[in-house]
Every structure is written in C-alpha cells, then in structure tokens.
Design a binder for this molecule. Structure first.
Ligand code: RAM
Length: 332
C-alpha cells in the first residue's frame, strides 16, 4: 500500500471510530430558552422539560439562554440554535418584538417556534403558553398587596423585571386596570430591576430610602421579590414595609421566616417547563398543529386548547405562606 493510501485508510478509520464514539443524536431536539441563565424559575422549568423528554423518549432538551436578561443575548442564542438545526425552540422572551426576525428565520428553516411564560409577538411564534390567566395574575398581585397593607396606609410600589418583559408588562397593565376594585390602594411608582439580583436589590433599597409612605413592594418576578425581601431585612424594616408578589417557595422560605413577606404566589414552574417542552414536541413531530381551537396534549398535565390569538393558559397561581412553605420549598 502506498503511503498516501495508507494515510487515507488510517484517516478513514479514525473518522469511523470518532463517529462511533460520538453519542447518538436524539430524534427530536428541543431548545428551552430562558430569559437568562441562573434564574431559579427557569432552572425549575428546565427540570420539567427534562421530565417531559424522558417521558416521551428520544428527545433531547437543550436548556439555554443569555447570561443577562437582554433581547440581544437571546437573538445570539436563537442564531446558534438555527445553526445547530434544532427541531424546536420554546422561548420566554425578554422583548416581544426584538426577537421576532430571528425567530422568523428559524421558522423559515422548518424549526417549530413557541413562546411560553413571557410571550413573543404573534408573527414570531406559532403559539404562546401562558402560565395562567393574565387577568387573574394581576388581581392576585393586588389582593396580596391589600393583605399586607397596614391599617390606614395605602401606598405601594411595583418592582418589575425589564421594561420590555412581555409577561410583567401585561401583569402590570392588568393591575392598573383593576385598581378601581381596590379603592384603598395607591400605586406610587413602578421600578425595574431587570431580573438581576443586584439591580433589583438597589431599586428596592431606593424605594425604602426615598419613599417612606410606601408600605408594600409587590414584585411580579421571582428575582425581584427575593431581592426586595433581602433589602427590607438588611434595612431592618421588617414589620414596617412588606414584600409580596410572585416568588419561588425554595427561594422565599427565609423571607417568610424573617417576616419580610407573609404570603406570595406562583404557579408550578416545573409543570410549566414540562408543558412547554411537551407542546414543542407535539408540534415538531406533527402530532398537533397550532391553529385556533386546536387541542394539544400536555402529557401528565392534561391538555390545552388554543384561542384565536393562538394562546392558552394553564392553572391558577397558588398562594404560599407559613402554613405550607415547608411542604413546597424542596420542590421548586
Ligand atoms: C421571573 C421571570 C419569569 C416570571 C417569574 C414569575 O423568574 O421574570 O419570567 O414568570 O419571575
């Protein structure tokens, strides 16, 4: 055998061996895109997505997201996923519009695209999965504010995520629209912690220092509620200012214990991630089509029916307090 032929044969053998060594690619690859990595809410959702993958079989979950809560970061992530030719992208968006062109490119290449948690504008996705009814989430947040407001006081502040976050903006709109049903409450300001722990902490601190009349901070974000609770604890203002909103029992158990909050709400983020992955699979595999009125299976969680906006909502949020926090704090 000539040297060239020997070399060629060796190279071919090496390539064959490498091919054997590489793990087999799953039939369906579903990317679960978070607003940002390092957020316990999305980590819980990713655990749910893994559960769905295991149940369905031959599905790989690619849990990914930017390091910070920006649309630019998500666009980079989407472009990488397009290059990897994944089968589906299920995204919680940092901005409903900015990610649309990238997601449209993904759909043009045959990738199934859905949004969940924080929505994408209709032209950038096939459907959107809400955790619950937006109206109900808005009302629940106001009820929580009311339950914490000391006698004779009325001022409260909202600590949100980013200014472009679809879900928080809808919930804040719902809160504002329903204020008429809560005549004793007065919304003084809305500030944005960008779902970053340090910025949220500083924004909460700013309220504590400059707005002595504010007696309740409501944060419809798991990052914000935790940061605000810490700010109240560190300022020694427990019992003077209360924090409430949407939080994870696992992260908020300390705040219940300290008294920074008496109660807060959330839906099950594991089930939400499970459902997002399950729906992405049903659409990508052709078992279901995203069209108004379509009923799509979500495995052990049940099923959803899409409305005219190609959206569906899941269950009601659940309220956590000292009586049940221990039961849930190890789950999510
Ligand atoms: C944060 C994120 C997420 C939201 C929860 C309640 O983790 O902003 O999008 O749904 O809070």
């Amino acid at each position: 055998m000539s040297l060239v032929r020997t070399l060629l044969a060796t190279t071919a053998m090496a390539a064959a061996m490498m091919a054997v060594a590489l793990p087999a690619q799953a039939q369906t690859r579903i990317a679960l895109v978070a607003k940002s990595l390092g957020n316990g809410f999305f980590e819980a959702a990713a655990r749910g997505a893994e559960e769905a993958a295991e149940e369905i079989g031959d599905v790989e979950i690619i849990y990914t997201g930017p390091t910070s809560t920006t649309a630019e970061g998500q666009i980079e992530v989407i472009n990488t996923l397009i290059a990897q030719n994944v089968d589906a992208i299920a995204i919680s968006a940092n901005d409903p519009d900015a990610v649309v062109p990238a997601l449209q490119r993904a759909m043009q290449r045959g990738i199934t695209v859905i949004s969940w948690d924080s929505g994408v504008a209709a032209e950038g996705r096939q459907m959107h999965l809400n955790p619950s009814s937006n109206e109900l989430i808005g009302r629940m947040n106001l009820q929580l504010v009311e339950a914490h407001m000391p006698e004779g006081e009325s001022d409260f502040a909202i600590l949100s995520a980013t200014t472009t976050s679809t879900n928080q903006n809808i919930w804040i709109e719902e809160m504002e629209a329903q204020m008429g049903d809560f005549p004793d409450l007065n919304l003084v300001t809305t500030v944005y912690g960008d779902d970053l722990a340090d910025k949220s902490y500083r924004e909460a601190q700013g309220i504590l220092q400059s707005m002595p009349n504010v007696k309740v901070i409501v944060a419809p974000t798991t990052v914000g509620i935790l940061a605000a609770s810490r700010a109240v604890e560190d300022a020694g203002m427990i019992g003077e200012v209360y924090v409430t909103g949407l939080g994870l029992p696992s992260e908020m158990a300390g705040a219940i214990e300290s008294g920074a909050t008496k109660e807060f709400a959330i839906w099950n983020p594991v089930d939400l991630g499970y459902s997002a992955a399950y729906i992405a699979y049903e659409l990508a595999s052709g078992n279901a089509t995203a069209e108004p009125g379509a009923t799509i299976s979500i495995g052990r969680v049940g099923e959803i029916t899409l409305d005219d906006n190609l959206e569906a909502g899941m269950s009601e949020p659940f309220v956590y307090d000292a009586s049940n926090i221990d039961e849930f704090k190890d789950i999510f």
